[in-house]
Design a protein around this ligand. Structure first.
Ligand SMILES: Nc1nc2c(ncn2[C@@H]2O[C@H](COP(=O)(O)OP(=O)(O)O)[C@@H](O)[C@H]2O)c(=O)[nH]1
Ligand SMILES: [Mg+2]
Length: 197
């Protein structure tokens, strides 16, 4: 288990003002929208290590119901979002497939928390990633990426299916939309601040 820094410990001075750099993981299973999410909100050109899927990966990654998805993140996405004068988020998109489990060791280090993207139509696919989050002791919030045509699921059913604690925030977002994605991250940061106090 990795114990993360507190918000205050991450403070540094930039341009004469004290800013707090906060490392946040954006995690989720294959094709849940991590690259889309970071691309929608990053104020720097997002760094993405997408690579055309190899045939080998095709047999591992479940492509059912995900048409037109021909790339997968082999390592991670990286982006930055300033949410206030004081707080800058550094976002690391981290794949949730079990075969990336070794990467988590590095990614979780120094992370304050994680936003878990969830597809309401493929809830069972999120079990593995939530297990990883809990294994690394990261605080998290759930962002339900509402794909077109997906039926809105009631929150209590989703909480039960994912076996969430009562105080774990659940928000809905559209990973393509800057505003709703930023709101999901702000919900996470508030939750992390609450837990720190
Ligand atoms: N309709 C719709 N498509 C989405 C949404 N989020 C992601 N996608 C699409 O779903 C596919 C997988 O998204 P991607 O960001 O690559 O997933 P990742 O594997 O988690 O990085 C891509 O073709 C996206 O364009 C969404 O909110 N609505
Ligand atoms: Mg990706």
């Amino acid at each position: 288990m990795v114990s993360g820094p507190s918000l205050d410990e991450a403070a540094y001075v930039r341009g004469g003002a004290t800013q707090t750099a906060v490392k946040i993981l954006v995690v989720g299973h294959f094709a849940v929208g991590k690259t889309t999410f970071i691309g929608a909100i990053s104020e720097i050109e997002p760094l993405s290590t997408e690579e055309t899927m190899t045939r080998a990966a095709e047999s591992v990654d479940d492509l059912k119901g995900v048409q037109g998805k021909t790339t997968t993140t082999v390592a991670m996405d990286f982006g930055r979002l300033t949410i206030s004068d004081r707080v800058v988020l550094y976002l690391f998109g981290t794949p949730g497939q079990q075969r990336f489990v070794q990467m988590w060791e590095d990614m979780a280090r120094g992370a304050l928390g994680a936003l878990v993207l969830v597809d309401p139509e493929r809830l069972a696919d999120s079990f593995a990633v939530i297990d990883l989050i809990e294994q690394y002791g990261l605080d998290y919030a759930i962002a339900v990426n509402r794909f077109d045509g997906s039926t809105p699921r009631d929150e209590s059913a989703l909480r039960e299916a994912l076996d969430l604690l009562d105080d774990t925030p659940v928000v809905t977002c559209d990973a393509r939309d800057e505003r709703s994605s930023a709101e999901a991250l702000i919900t996470l940061v508030r939750h992390l601040q609450d837990r720190a106090h």
